[in-house]
Design a protein around this ligand. Structure first.
Ligand code: FPP
Length: 247
């Protein structure tokens, strides 16, 4: 696939993506996996079918990120607002997550992923909560960090951090205090946030951590996301001038 860069075109498929990632200092990509429902509806299928294929897209993209040397990925699997969806859909997403988590243990040797579940696990039910905690512990020595945001809300996360600090008796807090009390305290802030599905918003995802993230939006519906979409996002990121408020 050819990608326009000013007046020249680059052949994305021939790029050494490890080098692109390393030169661009891309350590952490976060994904808003949007478009599963529309992907299914476009095919006359129930929305749940889109989520099922969405899990396969996630596996594909996560493997490519690892292959390219990206140390941390974060996915928005289920937000605090997603409970408002029809019961069938919520149940199916939870079933897919449960299945994924069970399989992740079996695939540990090839996956080499260190899983973290971001969000309040209490509402997931005792069984899923215990599975998440087991997976986090089981994979804690693996090199590639995979954060799964599940029952996650960015504002909720900040409020929790503030309340924890109040409970510790703090009367004055720093940015570092907040950062170290977020669900993501083990990860660098995302360098790049990719949203599929053609919408241009963050939807309460990583509100604190995204302060200086580069944002990339594409029209591809998540179940169709492939290596070329990922390469395009990374190449676009590599062209951005990050100033972090400086000049
Ligand atoms: C957004 O698409 C997608 C979700 C809210 C759920 C995504 C969750 C999964 C694919 C299961 C997660 C499990 C793993 C481990 C990857 P949408 O339904 O809002 O799509 P639409 O905008 O087309 O309606």
């Amino acid at each position: 696939m050819l990608f326009k860069k000013k007046n020249t075109e680059i052949d994305l498929s021939s790029l050494d993506m490890k080098k692109v990632v390393s030169d661009a200092k891309l350590q952490h990509i976060a994904f808003i996996m949007d478009g599963n429902g529309r992907w299914a509806q476009n095919r006359g299928l129930p929305r749940e079918a889109g989520h099922k294929v969405g899990v396969e897209a996630f596996r594909r993209i996560a493997n490519k990120c690892k292959e390219y040397g990206i140390g941390t990925i974060t996915i928005y699997a289920f937000s605090t607002e997603n409970w408002a969806r029809p019961k069938n859909e919520v149940n199916e997403i939870m079933r897919l997550l449960d299945k994924y988590i069970s399989e992740a243990e079996k695939e540990d040797a090839e996956n080499r992923s260190q899983y973290h579940v971001l969000g309040d696990k209490e509402r997931l039910g005792a069984d899923l909560k215990a599975k998440c905690e087991y997976l986090e512990d089981f994979t804690k020595d693996n090199p590639y960090v995979v954060n799964i945001a599940l029952n996650y809300g960015g504002r909720d996360e900040i409020v929790r951090a503030a309340n924890r600090l109040i409970a510790e008796g703090k009367t004055e807090i720093t940015e570092e205090d907040i950062s170290s009390n977020l669900f993501t305290s083990h990860s660098p802030d995302p360098d790049l946030i990719v949203r599929s599905g053609g919408e241009y918003r963050l939807s309460n995802f990583l509100m604190w951590q995204s302060a200086y993230s580069e944002l990339y939006f594409c029209d591809t519906l998540w179940p169709d996301m492939d290596d070329m979409d990922l390469r395009k996002a990374i190449v676009e990121f590599s062209k951005r001038k990050r100033r972090f408020g400086g000049i």
